[in-house]
Design a protein around this ligand. Structure first.
Ligand code: CP
Length: 318
């Protein structure tokens, strides 16, 4: 595997190998070893054309914990504002010796374009491209679910995951459906009809327009924010009306299974898609997702840049 652009790039076996490596790194971190020499001498570029808190910081932390050098590039404040193209930006970073480029871009397909272009020789990791995919978010979400439900070998069969909210504009939803289905989970997409993409059932999920009908059957309630920045139209009458139908409020929280968990990729809009009591409840895995993101991204960097396909502790320098 040279690039990670889509969950479709991964076989089930490769996905499980990445998650297994993440678990090894998670265990090592528990033992207080914070930094490993695995990527010493390698340079990773965070190439972010869109805002990010979790993904950018998490990749930076992951790369530094593997002893790589990290260059952070943000389109804001760069020569992109003077009209510099993706090609020239990428080639400038390549000239600085990038071994890995982590790209977030508002255009679906930008990561694929960079990987296929021949402009750079570095490995490319998609950190979110338009409404298309966000594969490392899906990997960290499946890791978090498997760890919570103590699933061996990341087999999620028998679990039902409800993804609730703005599915239409969500790269997180698409990557999650693809990976959760690969790992055996059932997935229900829950949203008003206007926020479900045409053909969503072909991803392997079922569709429900009623959060109230679905909620009592879910093992995982994954809430998503409304992506106003990608909307050029009105998709629901008002935010209040949307929230009444599709928000995880206190009444719905009380109707969840006792064993069910709440997830959100962030950033959360409290009071819209999730209430504060749901976000902060003992069933919430939101901060656990953030912590796990670092281990999963370390594992992805290791598998792309660090050596052979199958990680062992000695190969990782543990
Ligand atoms: N989950 C996620 O992609 O968050 P950021 O936009 O903060 O990176």
């Amino acid at each position: 595997m040279r690039h990670l652009l889509s969950i479709n790039d991964l076989t089930v076996q490769q996905a499980r190998e990445i998650l297994t490596t993440a678990y090894e790194l998670d265990r090592v971190s528990d033992g207080q070893i914070k930094k490993l020499p695995t990527l010493r001498g390698r340079t990773i570029v965070n190439l972010f054309f869109e805002d990010s808190t979790r993904t950018r910081i998490s990749f930076e932390s992951a790369a530094k914990r593997l002893s790589a050098d990290v260059i952070n590039f943000s389109a804001k404040g760069s020569s992109v504002s003077k009209g510099e193209s993706l090609k020239d930006t990428a080639q400038t970073l390549q000239a600085m010796g990038a071994d890995g480029v982590i790209i977030r871009h508002h255009a679906s397909g930008a990561a694929q374009r960079l990987a296929d272009s021949g402009w750079i020789s570095a490995s490319v990791i998609n950190a979110g491209d338009g409404t298309h995919e966000h594969p490392t978010q899906a990997l960290l979400d499946s890791y978090t679910i498997a760890r919570n439900f103590e699933r061996e070998n990341y087999d999620l069969s028998g679990l039902t995951v409800g993804i609730v909210g703005d599915i239409l504009h969500s790269r997180v939803a698409r990557s999650n459906v693809l990976l959760l289905r690969k790992l055996g989970a059932s997935v229900i997409l829950i949203a008003p009809p206007t926020l479900i993409p045409v053909g969503a059932e072909s991803w392997g999920a079922t569709v429900s327009y009623s959060f109230d009908d679905a909620i009592g059957n879910l093992d995982v309630v994954m809430t998503l924010r409304i992506q106003h920045e990608r909307m050029s139209n009105f998709f629901f009458p008002s935010l209040q009306e949307y929230s009444r139908g599709y928000g995880l409020d206190d009444a719905r929280l009380s109707r969840m299974k006792g064993s069910a968990v709440i997830m959100h990729p962030g950033p959360m809009n409290r009071g819209v898609e999730i209430s504060s009591s749901a976000a902060d409840s003992h069933q919430s895995l939101v901060l656990r997702q953030v912590t796990n993101g670092v281990f999963v991204r370390m594992a992805v960097l290791y598998h792309l840049l660090g050596g052979p396909q199958s990680a062992t502790q000695s190969e990782m320098g543990i």
